[in-house]
Write a protein that binds this ligand. Structure first.
Ligand code: GLC
Length: 528
């Protein structure tokens, strides 16, 4: 029999359950309607009960909050909105007391347009050292009135904005793959890398256990910034043929980052890597680059056994060649919540519960987005006036953006804001229909989604049957899948429309109660 995962010799992150906190929406401790670090600290007891190993805290550095904190004006300070540096120190200390690790989101690809570097760049002359930290270019056409190339911004509109020079004349253009308030840094400039290293050390020295690196496939730009062959106006999408991302130079950047992290033996770097090709994806998790990279296949997959199996096989194949650790996630702050993706309503919840059990049965690191454990759906009917995602404005009000998956967590009580804040209103309104989904309503309820998460996370952590780095597929009825871990755990998913007979063994946990030895449709079970 294979031994259980040895957490004393394996790096902690290899089998960790990470919980992604979207701080604005988690819990508000100071009554301004927006969540903050004090709010996370207040809820550490809940997170400990849930059983997660580590938090990934979305950006809390100083920011004008044009893109929810992914526009950073000082990477080595915490925004007062979230409680300042002191609140971060307190969170780190108290989380560590409870054996919960803290990983922070850092944004190496761009800064805020209010970063002192960018204000200095705007004030300086074309071709100055100040501008060389960003990507400034003259425009095309006789009077430079056309952008330097045809790249669109991920948030809509062109990826270039023209500046006005000190004498009032129209000047060069700067690149922003995201919003105009998020100018891209020039990673060919050694000052940029040196500054980022300083940021890494700043937080590691304060006790942070690692980082999620935003747009980790984006920092290197192609030589000469050539035009895209095809320009898609659809927002928030890019693929492997997209010149703006995944350029070979990015790997040198990751090697430099890794060298710093290696000075802090337990620290982890997790990259946001939207790359489909398995070979190219695996390059990011070579032994001297990122420790982990997000694989988004499960987060993009529909609820069919073929699609889920293909996503699992692909994700394993993407790390296999370099012996890296697979990662699993059903959703995050950029995509539709899984309950909605699987069809919504009771069926969507049942499927999301089943998929959580599939994900937690797999070898590797798991990322749970806050609210998934409550079975929250997307809030797709937020009033237009409430929408905050820059996508809404940039698309001329044709795409609503990502606010629907960023609604605050309902904690308790019968009416919004459900204990999230003491303010009358939360920064995004919480649907009143979520009364039955609050933490309070679910915590003592054995059949609730939060209880299922708690049991699943606990079993995954303590049972020896979860050991082993891979899976073996089992035969099973149509529209179902089954796999076995070397340690002996069998996971069965019924994505068909009828109950199926379970294989022999004892049911350790099921997302819906088996009846007469049969697993209902839209359910998963663990057997030993
Ligand atoms: C990443 C983040 C997303 C953000 C973008 C720009 O994709 O996950 O929320 O808008 O980077 O920083």
């Amino acid at each position: 029999m294979t031994a259980p995962v040895d957490r004393t010799t394996q790096p902690w992150w290899r089998s960790a359950v990470f919980y992604q906190v979207y701080p604005r929406s988690f819990a508000d401790s100071d009554g301004d309607g927006t969540g903050d670090l004090g709010g996370i600290r207040d809820k550490l007891g809940y997170l400990e009960l849930l059983g997660v190993d580590a938090l990934w805290v979305c950006p809390v550095m100083r920011s004008p909050m044009v893109d929810g904190g992914y526009d950073v004006s000082d990477p080595r300070d915490i925004d007062p909105l979230f409680g300042g540096l002191e609140a971060m120190d307190e969170l780190i200390a108290e989380a560590h007391d409870r054996h919960i690790k803290i990983t922070m989101d850092l944004v190496p690809n761009h800064t805020s347009s209010e970063h002192p570097w960018f204000t200095a760049a705007l004030a300086a002359a074309p071709d100055s050292a100040e501008r060389a930290r960003y990507i400034f270019r003259p425009g095309r056409g006789p009077d430079g009135a056309q952008p330097p190339n045809n790249w669109p911004s991920i948030f809509g509109g062109p990826a270039w904005t023209r500046v006005t020079e000190a004498d009032g004349s129209p000047g060069d253009w700067y690149l922003h793959i995201f919003a105009p308030e998020q100018p891209d840094l020039n990673w060919d400039n050694p000052e940029v890398a040196a500054d980022f290293e300083q940021t890494l050390r700043f937080w590691l020295d304060r006790g942070v256990d690692g980082f999620r690196l935003d747009v980790a496939h984006g920092m290197a730009k192609p030589n000469g910034l050539p035009d895209l062959a095809e320009v898609s106006t659809k927002m928030l999408v890019h693929d492997d043929s997209d010149l703006r991302f995944n350029n070979p130079g990015v790997h040198d950047i990751h090697r430099r980052i890794r060298k710093v992290l290696d000075e802090y033996p337990d620290a982890v770097a997790i990259g946001e890597v939207w790359v489909d090709d398995n070979t190219r994806f695996s390059e990011y998790v070579r032994p001297d680059e990122l420790h982990l990279a997000f694989n988004f296949r499960l987060a993009e997959t529909a609820f069919t056994s073929d699609a889920v199996r293909a996503a699992i096989e692909n994700s394993l194949a993407a790390v296999g060649p370099v012996e890296a650790t697979p990662t699993w996630t059903l959703s995050n702050h950029d995509v539709e919540r899984e309950v909605t993706r699987y069809g919504g309503g009771a069926e969507g919840v049942a499927r999301a519960r089943a998929m959580m059990m599939v994900e937690l049965a797999l070898p590797g690191a798991v990322f749970i987005y806050n609210g998934s454990e409550l079975g929250l759906p997307n809030a797709d009917d937020l009033p237009e006036a409430a929408l905050r995602d820059p996508v809404w404005e940039r698309s001329g009000h044709t795409e609503r953006g990502r606010d629907g998956c960023r609604v605050p967590i309902p904690w308790e009580g019968a009416a919004p804001p459900f204990g999230f804040t003491t303010a009358a209103e939360s920064w995004l309104p919480i649907p009143s229909q979520w009364a039955a989904l609050t933490v309070e309503a679910q915590l003592e309820e054995l059949g609730s989604t939060v209880s299922l998460y708690r049991m699943a996370i606990e079993l995954r952590g303590v049972r020896k049957e979860f050991a082993g780095p891979d899976i073996e597929w089992f035969g099973c009825p149509a529209d179902c899948l089954a796999f076995r871990r070397p340690g002996g755990l069998v996971c069965v998913l019924n994505a068909s429309t009828a109950p199926i007979a379970l294989p022999p063994g004892d049911v350790l946990l099921a997302s819906a109660r088996p009846e007469h030895g049969k697993l209902p449709a839209n359910a998963a079970a663990w057997l030993v």
